[in-house]
Write a protein that binds this ligand. Structure first.
Ligand code: OGA
Ligand code: NI
Length: 369
């Protein structure tokens, strides 16, 4: 590709800075007291929960080590992902997503209406999942089934991905328990939300880009779900917006660590005790990069609202409840094509401090048209 297609070009204020600022401070948390050793002292667990709480408050991001996911399984997915993306576009498009089923391959995702410099392959943990067809407040918008589309080549992709899911699922459950404890809730408080989960995994490939100063691999965004468990390779590119000063901080890859961030749903459940933090991905002109985010999401029929135990008269709920399946379906649809209106966001459900609640439905309808 010679000149950069204008659809990829970020507005000047959102372009990556030439100099990278490396992360000093994104906490690295050793999960061994909770995961790999069976007889940890209550003190060790207490300290770990404190570390998680501080990380969620100060950064919204942390890395975990000694997380229990075998390195061989992660390496296998990384290698099969590379073999998948190395194929011709024609081959990859055999499992192309479409408007009815947003799972599979695509290379046209937009974040905040600018095209991302990447190609992806998405699949869900539960298959199939019945989702609302779109955002419709009257519940008569119908449903659609999202089903995984597994490619014929590489033939082992499905098996390797399913093995990976089994392992990361265990880590996800442990992290949800630790986060519950860090909010002074019982460890299993969040478990019921995941009976019919809409968790999905994305294989990301960021090819080298001739104009890495103009484009981004993923534009600035927050993750809409509960938690993201990200495996990144040694190239690096993830940047996190530091809460204290809004500076974009490069997350230096730590071999075999996972990067965890709390998503919008934890922000709402915790009634803003924890915030979902903006992040983005820069690309470079030399090395391709692979990453695998595991997006932990609840059942489609979940009404997302501040947890009753975390609100009271002095700290009333700051959000109106919203239906996760409808929110997710709307996001998926608006990701599918460039829209000239703002994407649906949780702040549309934020209650004003006083006075009238704004008309959310009107805004949402603007998005899906
Ligand atoms: C995402 C994301 C980060 C990365 O896909 O939501 O933030 O490093 N990815 O690929
Ligand atoms: Ni993200």
């Amino acid at each position: 590709m010679g000149e950069l297609d204008p659809t990829f070009i970020q507005e000047p204020e959102h372009r990556p800075k030439p100099a990278v600022i490396e992360a000093h401070g994104i906490p690295e948390i050793d999960l061994s007291p909770y995961i790999t050793s069976s007889s940890s002292s209550p003190n060790a667990i207490h300290d770990l929960v404190d570390e998680i709480r501080d990380a969620c408050k100060d950064w919204g991001f942390f890395q975990v080590i000694n997380h229990g996911v075998p390195i061989e399984i992660r390496e296998k997915v990384q290698s099969v992902a590379k073999r998948f993306f190395d194929q011709s576009l024609e081959e990859k498009k055999k499992v192309k997503r479409d408007e009815a089923n947003p799972l599979g391959y695509y290379d046209t995702e937009h974040t905040k209406n600018v095209r991302d410099w990447k190609e992806v392959f998405d699949f869900m943990v539960d298959d199939p999942v019945v989702m609302p067809a779109s955002y419709d407040d009257d519940d008569d918008g119908g449903t659609v089934e999202y089903t995984n589309q597994w490619p014929h080549h590489p033939s082992e992709l499905r098996e390797v991905c399913e093995e990976y899911v089994k392992e990361v699922q265990k880590l996800s459950n442990k992290l949800l328990e630790l986060i519950s404890l860090s909010l002074n809730l019982p460890a299993n408080r969040l478990e019921p939300f995941f009976k019919d989960q809409t968790t999905f995994i994305r294989l990301n490939h960021y090819p080298p880009c001739l104009a890495p100063d103009l484009a981004l691999g993923v534009g600035r965004h927050k993750d809409a779900g509960v938690l993201t468990i990200l495996a990144q390779d040694d190239v690096g590119g993830l940047e996190v917006k530091r809460k204290i000063d809004g500076e974009w901080i490069f997350v230096k890859p730590t071999p075999n660590a996972f990067i965890i961030n709390v998503g919008d749903i934890i922000q709402v459940w915790s009634n803003d005790t924890y915030e979902s933090v903006e992040h983005r991905v820069r690309v470079n002109s030399i090395r391709e990069r692979f990453s695998i985010p595991y997006f932990v999401n609840p059942a489609p029929y979940t009404v997302v609202e501040p947890l009753a135990e975390l609100t009271n008269e002095r700290n009333p709920a700051r959000y109106k409840g919203y239906n996760w399946g409808k929110f997710f379906a709307t996001r998926k649809l608006s990701n599918f094509k460039k829209l000239n209106v703002e994407n649906i966001q949780i702040y549309h459900f934020k209650k004003p401090d006083e006075g009238k609640i704004e008309d959310v439905v009107t805004r949402v309808e603007n998005v899906v048209i």
